[in-house]
Design a binder for this molecule. Structure first.
Ligand code: 3EB
Length: 342
């Protein structure tokens, strides 16, 4: 029996109160603007605000909707909403001298909530890390401090292996760390690696004491639907081949490698290597977020993305730091599932 409730997302202007279409309900929203913080809105859903907008770049609200009325709440540092099949959880961590132990605590609390509410399958996470390549009070890079705490939390999630979802790890224009996750009850997430890239959870130690906990993509095969009907969530992707940054200092070539990495990731041969049917092209991507380190690089990055992604991709551009100081651009997106058009 099909119990999936048709998760969908779209971007709207920040000024507008999100009004779902008839029969749709807002599960949660993420505001990419000037504010920061996590709250339940007057409309009742969780909203995470992340300071990520800047002149010349985009500001917008990402609106997640489902076809069943969600229940919402807060728990400690977390806010959540769930509709019987899908769960959204968000958390925030205020600026700290050292983040690792608190990251572990808050992510473990989120994983415990996922179990308690009965949505044990996490299929997508976003990690927003202020001052991502700055140093903490002990001289460790804040991204590595974050990665270590997250790895400890993931060690106790599921069986500790192979359950890491697609994710984005990216800088913000503020301080502190925040995250969102999406999980489901009966759907089957299938995590996908990229044949051109070392799995992030196998990165060698030169990048930090613990490797990052994420898959390159996750296919969400909804309960009761065919595998080919699932949405494919593409992680934040950078100019990395194997585990190494390529084309240091050359934003055009880095952007090309990112787009090639995503094309390979979502294409038929790579999906077949993961035991999955189907295959997609760059022009199938939607809700694409392009994170550009240097403001001045925007025209070059935009021109290459517009050409590769086409006019339907709903692409937005944000000016934030990426997690290695030699990475100039990171791109994420998704290939909608059949639920999207219902
Ligand atoms: C990379 O491939 C680039 O730590 O959650 C991309 C996606 C990146 C997610 C994360 C980091 C993360 O390593 C950075």
């Amino acid at each position: 029996m099909s119990r999936h409730t048709g998760l969908q997302a779209h971007f709207t202007p920040l000024e507008a109160v999100p009004r779902p279409a008839p029969g749709r309900h807002v599960l949660a929203t993420v505001a990419f603007g000037e504010d920061s913080g996590l709250s339940l809105t007057p409309q009742g859903h969780p909203e995470l605000a992340i300071p990520m907008s800047s002149p010349g770049f985009d500001s917008f609200r990402e609106v997640w909707t489902t076809s069943a009325e969600p229940a919402t709440g807060t728990r400690g540092d977390l806010a959540f909403a769930h509709d019987g099949e899908y769960l959204f959880v968000s958390g925030t961590i205020d600026p700290l001298p050292v983040y690792g132990p608190k990251v572990r605590e808050v992510y473990e609390a989120a994983f415990a909530l996922v179990e308690e509410l009965g949505y044990p399958r996490i299929f997508r996470m976003w990690n927003f890390v202020g001052d991502i390549i700055g140093s903490n009070a002990e001289g460790m890079e804040i991204y590595q401090d974050f990665v270590a705490g997250r790895a400890e939390a993931f060690a106790s999630y599921g069986d500790g292996t192979g359950h890491m979802p697609a994710a984005t790890g990216i800088g913000t224009r503020g301080e502190g760390i925040s995250f969102t996750l999406l999980a489901c009850r009966e759907g089957s997430p299938r995590h996908v690696e990229n044949q051109r890239q070392t799995p992030a959870y196998h990165y060698p130690e030169q990048y930090g004491p613990k490797p990052p906990s994420f898959a390159r993509a996750t296919l969400l095969h909804p309960a009761g639907a065919g595998q080919a009907d699932g949405a494919l969530f593409v992680s934040g992707t950078a100019s990395i081949l194997g585990h190494e940054t390529v084309h240091r200092g050359d934003v055009a070539r880095q952007t090309e490698v990112v787009l090639e990495n995503i094309a390979e990731l979502i294409g038929g041969p790579n999906l077949a290597a993961a035991g999955l049917d189907g295959g997609h092209e760059l022009k199938d991507l939607r809700l694409v977020k392009v994170y550009v380190r240097h403001e001045a690089d925007l025209p070059v990055v935009r021109a290459l993305c517009q050409d590769a992604l086409g006019p339907d991709a709903e692409t937005v551009y944000l000016n934030v730091a990426v997690c290695r100081d030699d990475l100039l651009v990171e791109i994420e997106g998704l290939v909608p599932g059949a639920e999207w058009s219902r």
